[in-house]
Structure formats: structure tokens, C-alpha cells
Design a protein around this ligand. Structure first.
Ligand SMILES: NC(=O)c1ccc[n+]([C@@H]2O[C@H](COP(=O)([O-])OP(=O)(O)OC[C@H]3O[C@@H](n4cnc5c(N)ncnc54)[C@H](O)[C@@H]3O)[C@@H](O)[C@H]2O)c1
Length: 451
């Protein structure tokens, strides 16, 4: 879905973008140019950075709160969601002025910078394109189900917006190829592109992976990563919902929307594998998976467990297990075996993160909220005229996850290039609430054909 471009390159838009990039517009100039009064007293009008959020669910609401906290000049200016009730819920949370301290809602002092009147609220399945074309924002936060990410990302960058985009970046290889092209576009146009692969913004992980990649334990020989959790929410079908709305409301469980949980959730662990392997291509992936405990139409066609082996040209191997099942033990950990020792990373308990062997070390530094750090770094870069671009890894990590899923579905071992060049495209007949979404067929290994 999703392209619309008329107003993108208007002179006004370019001027505002240039300001946001360089901070060079004279005092008062931008306010006059924008033709709107400053909504909050003491700062100059030209300090403002207008932010639009596309996808006003849990993560989107959190990302908006973090953008507000990152920079005193951020104004939440426009909101878009397929459903108006999600926009209302997001606005309610952000203006409730109830600071939980965990960054999940806007702090009281930030709520005043949430200014989203009805005319800047966009709903419907094509709301993202509408916000990008008409929302008059400098930065967009892309927090929809990942199916829509490649289209929104391209539209936002073509319109000259800086972008924060949640993981994963796509649900199929054609989406990944589009995202990789978009990352190049961002670089060419000097637009910031920060991804929601949040562990890359976490201090303990930056420290430990920095040491491993700096060679302190010698070459990496193998990695074992786990992402074991409970199933995520479902929503019962309502009589007034079309099939499209039913699937959108339960998007995590439908392959075409969420990509299955190895892509949607365990992509975090796969991204850490990709990180410690130096963002290089894997040679071959083999994966087992299945769907043992999913019952009910809300559970769509996603599997509930996967176990993947990624092989590299130099003989190194990475193992990922992920599962979403109730009443089972949960963990999110990484073990890295190097020639000169081991690293252990516990994302949920940073003090356990350590190196043993040739070097003995454990993490004792600060642990700022990585979700906040993503936004702090993004807005700092925008202010300074610097350009961040996560394109080097965000498409590739997503492709690795898709490769694991396709290897499990098909029962075949697959190469990086086979998956990268795959013709698979998980696109519905039309993007409309009354259109038929793809049928939720459950793939069977050995019967499903990798295309
Ligand atoms: N980095 C992390 O740790 C983390 C954590 C949670 C979620 N996420 C990611 O964030 C994204 C959103 O997840 P969530 O938990 O907020 O889900 P959510 O269901 O709470 O929110 C998604 C929102 O997108 C809306 N939406 C659906 N189709 C849309 C469209 N075409 N245009 C605009 N809006 C549309 C939905 O109505 C919903 O309100 C996903 O990609 C998810 O993987 C990342």
C-alpha cells in the first residue's frame, strides 16, 4: 500500500527540512515560514521538530513518548493508524500526564507538546501515506505491523522526512530489497534513519560486542541465542469487522502482516547474531519449526517454535531457538564462543553480561533505557546536522530472520542469495478494509515450496 507524493518537494517542505538538518535558520524565520504560533513559551519557534507517528499501538505510543523526552523542541504533530480507536487510545495515554518513569507514557512536562487536532489525525489502511503527504512533519516514527514498513519507509524518505522505524523491516525478501534501496536513498539525501533494533542502542550490548568485535577473545566460532516467551495477545472477532479488520487487529499471528514470530520478535536475537558476526552474509540456513499449541482463528497461520542453524563460510555457526508457548520457561540470552574464551549476554539482567577466558570482564556501567537512547541519538543527530543510518544491518538482519522462517516452512536448507533473490511477495489483492487478505494457510515442511 502506500505511495503518495504530491507535496513532498514543495519549497516550504525543503526549507523546513534543511533547517532541521542544519539548525541554521535564523531566529523566528521558521516560525514565520510555518505560519503557526509556538505552542510552548520560552523556546524559539524555530527550535521545533514536528513528529508524526504511524501506527499508534503499544510500541508507537512508547516511541512517541521517547521522541518527546529526547528533545525539548519535539512536538507530536500528527498521528495515523488504521483505526481511530487506536489514535484515541494513544492520545489519551500521551496526554494523561501520568509518568510511570519507564518511558512508556509521556511525562507530564511533555504532554503539553502533544498537539494533534482532528485534521492531523489520519485513519484508514492508507493513513500512513496521508500523514506523510499532508501531515507537515519533519520526522516520522514507523510503528505499524511490519508488512507496511517498506512502503512507509520509502514514502517517508522520498518526502524528505527523517525516520525512526521499528523492527522488523519487512516480512518478505521483496520488502527487504526495497528497504535496502531506501537506506541508500536516506544516505544520498542525508536523512537520518534509525531502526528499532534496540539492542544496538543498549550500553551493555555495545560494550560486550565492542570487545568481541575488537578481537579481545579472538575470532567468533559459534553463537547460541534464545528468545523464549509466552504467546502475545489475540482479539476476538467482532460482528462489525471485515476479514481484513479481523486480521489487522490480530496482525502478529498472520504471516503476511507480521512475518511470523521468528521475524517479528526473535529478529532481535538474530540481529545480535548478525552484529557479532560482523554483519556478514551467512552461507546457509537450516531450520526446524512447527505449530503445536496454536488453536483458534485469531492465531492465524504463525508457528509457535523455531530452531535455526546459520552456517558461515569460515565454518562458524549460529544457533537460534525461539518459542511462544504458555507455561514454559522463558529467557532471552546469548552465548558467544570465541577461540580465546566465551561471552555471555543476558539482555534482561545486564550485570550478568561478561567475558571469560583470555579476558575476564563483566559489565558494570550504566544501563540507560535503550528505547530512549534510540531517540536521544536520532534527535541529537538531526539537531547537529549529522546523519545516522542503520541501513548496514537492519535489512540484512530482517532477511536472516525471513531465511530462517522459509527454511523451516519448506524443510530446505537455503543460502543467503537464494533468499535475498526470492520472488515471494506477501501482498493482498488490494489494500482496503473490504478486500480479501491472503488466506491463512499453515505451511507444512516438505509440502510448502520456497519460491
Ligand atoms: N523494539 C521492540 O522491542 C518492539 C517491541 C514491541 C513491538 N515492536 C514492533 O513495533 C511494531 C508495532 O508493534 P506494537 O506492539 O506496537 O503493535 P500494536 O498492534 O500495539 O500497534 C500496531 C498499530 O498499527 C496499526 N496499523 C495496522 N495497520 C496499519 C496501517 N496500514 N497503517 C497505520 N497503522 C496501522 C494497528 O491498528 C495498531 O494500532 C511491530 O513491528 C513490532 O514488531 C518492537
Amino acid at each position: 500500500m502506500i505511495e503518495s507524493s504530491e507535496q513532498r518537494e514543495s519549497g516550504q517542505d525543503v526549507s523546513r527540512r534543511d533547517f532541521v538538518r542544519t539548525g541554521a535558520v535564523a531566529l523566528g524565520g521558521l516560525g514565520a515560514m510555518m505560519g503557526v504560533p509556538s505552542v510552548w513559551g520560552s523556546l524559539r519557534a524555530d527550535d521545533r521538530i514536528r513528529v508524526g507517528l504511524i501506527g499508534c499501538g503499544g510500541r508507537g505510543t512508547g516511541a512517541a513518548a521517547q521522541a518527546l523526552a529526547a528533545d525539548k523542541g519535539v512536538i507530536l504533530w500528527a498521528l495515523a493508524d488504521a483505526f481511530q480507536d487506536r489514535i484515541d487510545g494513544c492520545l489519551g495515554q500521551l496526554t494523561a500526564a501520568a509518568d510511570t518513569g519507564d518511558g512508556s507514557v509521556a511525562a507530564p512536562e511533555h504532554a503539553a507538546r502533544v498537539t494533534v487536532p482532528k485534521e492531523r489525525q489520519f485513519s484508514g489502511i492508507d493513513c500512513g501515506e496521508k500523514l506523510i503527504a499532508k501531515g507537515e512533519v519533519d520526522v516520522v516514527l514507523l510503528c505499524t505491523p511490519p508488512h507496511f514498513r517498506p512502503m512507509h519507509l520509502r514514502a517517508a524518505l522520498e518526502a524528505g522526512k527523517h525516520v525512526f522505524c521499528e523492527k522488523p523491516m519487512a516480512v518478505d525478501a521483496s520488502g527487504v530489497r526495497s528497504v535496502i534501496e531506501s537506506a541508500k536513498l536516506a544516505r544520498d539525501r542525508k536523512l537520518n534513519l534509525v531502526s528499532g533494533f534496540c539492542w544496538r542502542y543498549s550500553s551493555p550490548e555495545r560494550a560486550v560486542y565492542g570487545k568481541i568485535l575488537g578481537g579481545e577473545l579472538g575470532p567468533v566460532r559459534s553463537v547460541h541465542a534464545t528468545y523464549h516467551t509466552s504467546p502475545v495477545w489475540t482479539r476476538k472477532r467482532q460482528p462489525n469487522w471485515t476479514e481484513m479488520e479481523f486480521q489487522l487487529r490480530n496482525w502478529v499471528h498472520f504471516l503476511w502482516l507480521g512475518g511470523d514470530h521468528i521475524v517479528e520478535q526473535a529478529c532481535h536475537s538474530i540481529d545480535k547474531i548478525n552484529w557479532v558476526m560482523g554483519n556478514r552474509k551467512f552461507a546457509r540456513v537450516t531450520c526446524l519449526g512447527g505449530r503445536d499449541l496454536r488453536e483458534g482463528e485469531e492465531f492465524g497461520n504463525a508457528y509457535d517454535h523455531f530452531s535455526a542453524i546459520y552456517e558461515y563460510e569460515d565454518g562458524a555457526r549460529a544457533f537460534l531457538t525461539c518459542r511462544q508457548m504458555n507455561h514454559c520457561s522463558n529467557e532471552n540470552k546469548d552465548w558467544v564462543a570465541c577461540e580465546g574464551g566465551h561471552a555471555f549476554i543476558n539482555g534482561w539482567a545486564p550485570p550478568e553480561t561478561k567475558l571469560t577466558g583470555r579476558v575476564n570482564w563483566s559489565y558494570s556501567g550504566p544501563t540507560p533505557n535503550m528505547y530512549q537512547v534510540e531517540h536521544d541519538e536520532l534527535f541529537r543527530a538531526i539537531r547537529a546536522g549529522n546523519v545516522l543510518n542503520d541501513g548496514d544491518f537492519m535489512g540484512q538482519s530482517t532477511l536472516m530472520a525471513i531465511a530462517g522462517r522459509e527454511a523451516a516452512y519448506s524443510g530446505q536448507s537455503l543460502t543467503f542469495d537464494q533468499v535475498y533473490n526470492s520472488k515471494q511477495s506477501l501482498v493482498p489483492e488490494r489494500y482496503a478494509m473490504d478486500a480479501s487478505p491472503p488466506a491463512p494457510t499453515v505451511p507444512f515442511p516438505g509440502k510448502y515450496t520456497f519460491a
